[in-house]
Design a protein around this ligand. Structure first.
Ligand SMILES: Cc1cc2nc3c(=O)[nH]c(=O)nc-3n(C[C@H](O)[C@H](O)[C@H](O)COP(=O)(O)OP(=O)(O)OC[C@H]3O[C@@H](n4cnc5c(N)ncnc54)[C@H](O)[C@@H]3O)c2cc1C
Length: 508
């Protein structure tokens, strides 16, 4: 027996089907789904929403008890109107047309994301013990390079191209040393990330070096947007509208897809291990039996590590394994937010909305002040690339007041370390960085995510990899829609997954 109920999240009514009757239901014949969608992050939710009016029986299965995946919005105690985004937080309408259209079609209110996507001339950089503004970065960056080596990004880019690739004299045929056409590979900034990133810790500074005097650059006003109800309300609303579109549709939380088997009639048996979520942490429920479901077609909207963990013959091909394991690099990120009674940091001598440093904080954002309670939120750390220090700090010490979710709980050790680094970055004693009233942190390094986003490794033709991985087995109706292998390079944006969904639904 299934129970249909409605839950209300972010003011959005989400009808949901709880699999509470699975015990009794399990051995009865199950009507096959036309489509089973695995994963209720934004990509799986978007796929369900796009297919909602096709008169198909579609079921979504989600590992955890939460819709959203890497779209994860919470609110700190007493600060209800500042969205704390543990994952995705912004989009750029001009670069992300699908996300932009979808968000508007869903009826979600779009507002400016005032922090933008990177530095402004006054942003503060703290590199190798020196402070400077982004405006002064080209002249003051402490790399001690002789003047002839101080190249603008475009020249540096070209030099890297020349030295790491085979170029014909007129420059028309560019091949990397492994023989791949660069026009296919679309190298540019990627080469810095992939070739040099492991060696040069402070590459973020290089990455954002202005190519011209930033004082002369015209900024595009209001180019970066967010959703007033929080980024997680995008997948939540998608799923809500999907379920409302047809009685045939359903949704199951706490279902971990472990294997896919092709049946003799061409349909697929999906084996799910039930999971349990306790205070936000989801694990396999060892006491529950595997649940078998059946589907004509399967959409896998899950991250790389989850695909790799799946037992399905369609992934065993050598080329597919090569792409899955080696074509992309997993980038891990972490975010730490502190809640305070006042936005004290806005009065520091070096106050800035955005700071970049070589400390484990990497980036710090002023997330602003609540309009209702005047309390402040500091995104003290937005760490990209090396998150190990925060994973370790999360394991030690006592949990501090947060939002009662152990998957994003901060410990007093993490809080102390973040305060210490913040004091260093802003050049003040540690006692000037008060203890927060509340804190949350998320390190995106563990199963089923494994990473925040991806970057292409050199030597792969992006289009070929994307096409192959979208439908890894020519003889199977099983599709991968997540943005892992996005040939547009939007492996770190919700747009990337939506683009792949648009390509996949053409098969249906
Ligand atoms: C810190 C951070 C900042 C980001 N900033 C931005 C941003 O500002 N803008 C932007 O556009 N993007 C941003 N991104 C990227 C964006 O969040 C992701 O690209 C996007 O959310 C991925 O969506 P998805 O549905 O493909 O995957 P996920 O969100 O990872 O969803 C996958 C879902 O599948 C479930 N799952 C996994 N394995 C299984 C299984 N075997 N069985 C059943 N269910 C399973 C998971 O529990 C999860 O719910 C950011 C990401 C991070 C981490």
């Amino acid at each position: 027996m299934f129970i249909k109920i409605s839950i209300v999240l972010f003011g959005i009514a989400i009808p949901c089907v709880l699999g509470v009757g699975y015990g009794k239901h399990r051995n009865q014949p199950h009507q096959c789904d036309d489509i089973a969608i695995i994963g209720a992050g934004v990509t799986g939710s978007y796929a369900a929403w796009r297919l909602r009016q096709k008169n198909l029986k579609i079921t979504m299965y989600e590992y955890s008890n939460r819709i959203g995946g890497r779209c994860f919005t919470v609110h700190l105690p007493d600060i209800p109107d500042v969205n704390i985004e543990m994952g995705a937080m912004r989009f750029i309408p001009t670069s992300h047309p699908l996300a932009n259209k979808t968000i508007h079609d869903l009826g979600l209110e779009v507002i400016d994301f005032e922090l933008g996507t990177g530095p402004s001339p006054d942003s503060m950089y703290y590199l190798r013990g020196k402070h400077m503004s982004y405006r002064n970065l080209p002249r003051q960056a402490p790399y001690n390079l002789p003047p002839e080596n101080r190249l603008d990004l475009k020249t540096l880019n070209w030099n890297v191209f020349k030295n790491f690739t085979v170029v014909t004299q007129n420059g028309t045929i560019l091949k990397s040393l492994d023989g791949v056409d660069l026009s296919d590979q679309r190298l540019d900034k990627q080469i810095y990330r992939v070739v040099f990133q492991d060696m040069v810790r402070d590459i973020a500074a290089l990455d954002s070096l202005p190519t011209s005097d930033p004082g002369q650059q015209s900024s595009v006003p209001n180019a970066v947007k967010t959703v007033k109800s929080g980024f997680q309300s995008i997948p939540l609303t998608l799923v809500g509208q999907f379920l409302q579109a047809s009685e045939k549709h359903s949704f199951n939380y706490n279902r971990h897809l472990r294997s896919i088997l092709k049946r003799s009639d061409g349909k697929y048996t999906l084996n799910f291990k039930p999971t349990k979520t306790i205070n936000g942490i989801t694990t396999d429920d060892q006491r529950s039996d595997v649940i078998k479901r059946c589907a004509d077609r399967v959409i896998l909207a899950i991250p790389r590590i989850a695909i790799e963990n799946l037992d399905w013959d369609g992934l065993k091909d050598t080329q597919v394994q090569e792409y899955l394991k080696h074509s992309i690099k997993e980038i891990k990120a972490a975010k730490i937010y502190f809640g305070y009674d006042t936005a004290w940091w806005q009065h520091l001598p070096r106050a800035t909305k955005y700071a970049v440093s070589m400390t484990p904080l990497r980036q710090s954002y002023d997330f602003g002040v609540s309009k209702t309670t005047s309390k402040g939120v500091l995104n003290i750390a937005y760490t990209d690339e090396d998150t190990r220090v925060w994973r370790e700090a999360m394991k030690a010490g006592n949990v501090v007041l947060g939002v009662n979710d152990d998957s994003i709980a901060a410990t007093n050790l993490s809080v102390y370390m973040a305060r210490k680094y913040y004091a260093e970055v802003f050049d003040v004693p540690i006692f000037s960085v008060p203890q927060p009233k509340s804190a949350v942190m998320k390190v995106w390094d563990q199963y089923p995510f494994g990473a925040s986003w991806y970057s292409w490794r050199p030597g792969y033709k992006w289009n070929e990899v994307e096409t192959r991985m979208m439908k890894p087995s020519a003889t199977d109706d099983v599709y991968i829609t997540s943005n892992v292998f996005s040939s547009s390079g939007r492996t770190g944006w919700i747009e990337g997954g939506m683009e792949i969904v648009e390509k996949v639904i053409k098969f249906f």
